[in-house]
Ligand binder design. Structure first.
Ligand code: SF4
Ligand code: SF4
Length: 341
């Protein structure tokens, strides 16, 4: 494991980090085991969020005796000063620490949200105060929206940027990567597996290791997954012709318009289970159609309640035509159902 300077912050982090979502589904003892195992394997960078249920608390418990050995990044969706202060205090308490290394504004999706953050009673003023008080060392931004992220990062306010980056979602490596690199902004790659659609860790990390200044944060839910990824960092990073063909195959099959399972479109007022239903074709490909119709029966049947109100489409950062995709996925489900009878 190598350790790299994180932009022009004074922080050094392991070349691969730990994404804090999957530990939500683990019992506390298991989560602590996985977190500590990752540390033993050399991972020193842990990314979590206020909205990831008990993820902060699990990280806090795992590392309460080793706080100075790790770097913690967490985030809040709150855009107002009061809400920000409440979330920060909760993060500090759950993480059992007096300071957060990187506190990020979570998923700033559009300029309206940025303007809210910048109001006199907005979260930015509260974050800057917390920085002066030593509760936050560095400020970060996370977004799925490229033009918005570029505009905000160019204000010079932020020390780090977190953006989706993998061999299918490559937009980051154009203007945003170059700007961040030239201006000493630390870079975090969210979704190294494109939200779970890339199921080849070897290819995923061979691609990302071409950008050593960018720290990927795969989510881990077992000792085995930690070992799988950390062992890749001990291997050669040479991308062969076979690897290139493998990546191209994924790109061809998935295209640009696929669901990253970020859940920002939810909740649906009609109770449609959007995210699992959006992923039906991928699941059907991985399992057999006969298994997938069983496995996703409830989400697929829930799509019939869609009134095409468009609320989810407005919230999707990828502007996916959600109800059209759901309709197509439902037709596929019905055809699989017929085949499996
Ligand atoms: S368009 Fe359909 S799935 Fe989306 S929020 Fe409206 S009812 Fe729910
Ligand atoms: S439809 Fe859009 S918002 Fe909803 S989970 Fe998929 S990518 Fe995320």
């Amino acid at each position: 494991m190598k350790y790299i300077n994180f932009g022009k912050t004074s922080i050094k982090v392991s070349e691969v980090g730990f994404g804090g979502i999957p530990i939500i589904r683990l019992q506390i003892d298991e989560a602590i085991k996985v977190l500590r195992h990752a540390y033993e394997k050399g991972i020193t960078f842990y990314d979590t969020a206020n909205m990831y249920r008990d993820s902060e608390a699990k990280i806090g418990q795992a590392f309460s005796e080793a706080r100075d050995k790790i770097i913690i990044a967490t985030k809040t969706m709150r855009r107002d000063a009061k809400g920000f202060a409440r979330h920060l205090e909760k993060s500090l308490g759950d993480l059992k620490t007096s300071y957060i290394d990187i506190y990020q504004f979570h998923q700033v999706a559009n300029i309206d949200e940025w303007e809210k953050l910048c109001r006199p009673d907005g979260a930015l003023a509260a974050a800057q105060k917390a920085k002066e008080e030593g509760k936050i060392r560095f400020l970060g931004l996370t977004s799925h929206n490229l033009p918005v992220a570029i505009d905000i990062i160019k204000t010079g306010i932020f020390d780090t940027i977190q953006f989706p980056f993998n061999f299918i979602e490559e937009d980051f490596k154009k203007e945003l990567y170059k700007y961040a690199l030239n201006n000493g902004i630390g870079m975090i790659a969210m979704k190294p597996f494109a939200g779970g659609v890339i199921d080849n860790a070897g290819l995923a990390f061979k691609y990302l290791r071409q950008f050593p200044e960018v720290i990927p944060i795969p989510g881990f839910d077992s000792i085995e997954t930690v070992d799988e990824v950390t062992s890749l960092y001990e291997k050669s990073n040479e991308i062969t012709e076979k690897d290139k063909k493998g990546m191209d195959k994924y790109r061809r099959e998935l295209g640009k318009k696929f669901c990253r399972r970020c859940e920002y479109c939810q909740p649906c007022p009609e109770g449609v289970m959007i995210t699992p239903a959006m992923g039906y074709p991928i699941v059907a490909k991985r399992m057999s159609p006969a298994v997938s119709v069983e496995f996703l029966k409830i989400p697929m049947e829930s799509t019939l309640k869609c009134t095409q109100c468009g609320a989810c489409v407005e919230r999707c950062p990828y502007e996916l035509p959600i109800f059209e995709i759901l309709k197509n996925n439902y037709s596929l489900y019905i055809s699989h159902l017929a085949q499996s009878k």
